[in-house]
Design a protein around this ligand. Structure first.
Ligand code: PLP
Length: 380
């Protein structure tokens, strides 16, 4: 029988990041520096809110976009903490940023449309674009210190360009776009019928006062979609909850995607999300800043020419000098050096590996000692 499935689905592989992480997990004695989630537990006040909701039988279908109290809390939080003004009916609470990105891209992309993805990038965007039968157009940034070169962006734009994805702070580099970069990108896009998807899920984890999001360019409001997540700032990765902010006309269509995919996020986690918005994230940011400083210093001392990241919890470490592609390098480092990092190729950029510092001080020290020893064997 000639049984065919959707060829768009057949053409997309499962995430290389996840597959390599499983390989690290399955390697006895390996020290993993792979994971992309805070190593802290969800704060008690958040968990208590969910427990109370369960006890109060908040277990029925909630409104599709989220309970009004949560939409209002998000609207207030965005305005007060981040200067973004979106009414409650311009917000959809989603199953993590992952569903938010899926719904956003699927809402704007028709088959054959192009979406520009500055690389290195989180691989999800390219996969979603392919599932939508759209065309991912990769825009390399490594020659520009991981900033977007406006001329390169201009050149990448065609009449089929429908969207650009901006991730700041970035996964895997930890870099944030400077105001100069954002102004230049705005200059290129401001009069074009192109959507900008702002994946700002690491926005809280920044180690500089100079952070700006493209979402601030509200003259383009009708083309901007902001993707947010509870995962990273509140150590809530397993709760699977995020949200989208979008101008009403876009949100009304995005809501269609969301409704037919998931109906809504679970009822009883929504009070927990409202509680999360009131949590102080400063101690977590301080922990990651301290680790960032330590890891950066160690890598520089090893002679690795890493760029100091200003956000998130990753470093994108150049390894081209060792004359191997990133998969070979990371596989050898895992087998011979017993330390696991993610090959840069899984983010669309060769010659690098991603190190996550979502680990204890002791694990980071051990992992860095092993990296040092392994690269020592290559130099010898
Ligand atoms: N966007 C970026 C840049 C990420 O790194 C991740 C997860 O690692 C996500 C989105 C997905 O986050 P969520 O857990 O909210 O689905």
């Amino acid at each position: 029988m000639d049984l065919k499935m959707n060829d768009a689905v057949m053409g997309v592989e499962l995430s290389g990041i996840r597959q390599f992480s499983f390989l690290v997990q399955d390697t006895p004695g390996a020290c993993a520096l792979t994971i992309g989630e805070p190593d802290m537990d969800t704060p008690d006040v958040i968990k208590e809110a969910a427990k109370a909701a369960l006890d109060a039988n908040d277990t029925h279908y909630p409104p599709g976009n989220g309970y009004p109290y949560l939409l209002e809390a998000i609207s207030r939080f965005e305005a007060e903490q981040h200067g973004l003004h979106y009414a409650p009916d311009e917000i959809v609470v989603t199953v993590g940023a992952t569903e938010a990105l899926y719904a956003s891209l699927a809402t704007v992309l028709s088959p054959g449309d192009e979406v520009i993805i500055p690389t290195p990038a989180f691989s999800l965007y390219e996969s979603i674009a392919q599932l939508c039968r759209a065309v991912p157009v990769l825009l390399p940034t490594e020659e520009h210190h991981f900033q977007i070169d406006p001329e390169a962006l201009r050149t990448a734009i065609t009449p089929r360009t429908k969207a650009v994805v901006l991730t700041s702070p970035n996964n895997p580099t930890g870099c944030i776009y400077t105001k100069e970069t954002l102004d230049a990108v705005h200059g290129v896009l401001k009069d074009l019928p192109i959507f900008v998807i702002c994946d700002d899920v690491y926005r809280t984890l920044v180690y500089t006062d100079a952070y700006h999001s493209f979402a601030e360019y509200q003259d383009m409001r009708e083309r901007i979609i902001v993707v947010q997540s509870f995962s990273k700032p509140y150590a809530m990765t397993g709760w699977r909850v995020g949200y989208v902010l979008a101008d009403r006309a876009v949100k009304d269509r995005l809501e269609v995607m969301h409704q037919y995919a998931v109906t809504s996020v679970p009822a009883f986690i929504q009070p927990a999300c409202a509680a999360a918005l009131a949590c102080d994230t400063a101690p977590m940011v301080e922990t990651f800043r301290r680790r960032r400083d330590y890891v950066y210093r160690r890598l520089v001392e090893m002679g690795l020419d890493v760029q100091e990241p200003e956000g998130a919890f990753y470093m994108f470490v150049p390894i081209a000098q060792y004359g191997m592609d990133s998969l070979t390098f990371c596989t050898r480092m895992l087998k011979e050096g017993l330390v696991g990092l993610i090959p840069g190729i899984y983010f669309g950029t060769e010659g690098y590996m991603r190190l996550s510092y979502c680990y204890s001080d002791a694990d980071l020290k051990e992992g860095l000692d092993r990296i040092q020893k392994f690269i020592g064997t290559l130099r010898a």
